[in-house]
Design a protein around this ligand. Structure first.
Ligand SMILES: [Zn+2]
Length: 290
């Protein structure tokens, strides 16, 4: 039988060298990357002339045209009032947008048919493999694999059912399939214009897997690097911890098409890891003496 022997517990030397170190110091010491309970993160890009579009669509540019702008008179001519109205034109797959399952799945939900419970206040986690990608000579050939997901879970806890996974590089079909089957995710978001690996040679296998299983994609997600900085902290021992229970609000318009622009917001409650598994207590007194 496995037993913990108290007398054999060893206190890491670094704690002895840091007599004033407490867990609350750890989470609150660097005010620049502590998380406030009320803090919201906007993960969407503005729609303007710089908006990025996936190639191959009819309107690969965001066009905003002014219909009327100025002061008008009431019919009696006595009360001037401001009146402005614009028109806009764009393809569905531009800027921060959702790919509806119907995009690659004839029987899949169109954008306005995705159930709200799959988009509003859902758990989220960011799988960040940036270090692995940029050491490569051809970073566009990197694929996020199942092993990277397992490494992420070893650090931050198991991905919750119904999560949205946020990634910073393309997935392999095998990784997408594993997340769909083994973790029953609701969606995957990426900070690039497409979910597949950069150099996918026209083989959109990750799209086929996720959308085929009614799992929506979010493309061109903004500010993931900032969100990581704000919700994770390096430990004095070289590890990383999350002090954030990350929740996502994915809010596309109610179009009946293959996708469309979306406002994507994240909210972070301190005290728990992104998967809901307690990472470290914010207030050590709450959990007894450290
Ligand atoms: Zn798309």
């Amino acid at each position: 039988m496995f037993r913990i022997c108290r007398s054999s517990l060893r206190i890491p030397l670094v704690f002895l060298l840091l007599p004033a170190f407490t867990l609350s110091d750890f989470f609150n010491g660097g005010s620049s990357n502590t998380v406030e309970e009320t803090e919201w993160f906007d993960l969407s890009y503005p729609l303007d002339e710089d908006t990025v579009f996936f190639p191959g669509q009819m309107y690969e540019q965001f066009n905003l045209t002014q219909d009327i702008k100025g002061f008008n008179q009431t019919s009696s001519g006595n009360f001037p009032f401001w009146y402005a109205t614009f028109s806009f034109c764009m393809s569905e797959h531009g800027g921060t947008h959702v790919d509806a399952p119907y995009h690659f799945n004839k029987l899949g939900w169109k954008l306005g048919e995705i159930p709200l419970k799959r988009m509003v206040d859902v758990p989220a986690t960011i799988i960040d493999v940036e270090r692995d990608v940029f050491v490569l000579k051809h970073p566009d050939e990197f694929a996020l694999e199942v092993k990277h997901v397992l490494e992420h879970e070893a650090k931050f806890g198991q991905i919750l059912t119904g999560s949205v996974i946020l990634v910073r590089t393309g997935l392999s079909g095998a990784a997408a399939d594993w997340l769909v089957r083994e973790r029953h995710i609701y969606g995957i978001g990426i900070d690039a214009p497409g979910l597949d690996i950069g150099n996918n040679k026209g083989n959109p296998v990750a799209h086929i897997v996720t959308l085929g299983a009614q799992v929506y994609n979010i493309e061109n997600v903004a500010n993931l690097d900032y969100l990581i900085k704000k919700t994770r902290k390096q430990t004095p021992f070289g590890g990383t911890l999350s002090n954030c229970n990350l929740r996502l609000f994915v809010l596309p318009s109610r179009l009946s098409g293959t996708g469309g622009p979306a406002r994507v917001l994240a909210h972070c409650k301190p005290g728990f890891a992104s998967t809901g598994v307690p990472a470290m207590p914010l207030n050590p007194n709450q959990f007894g003496q450290f």
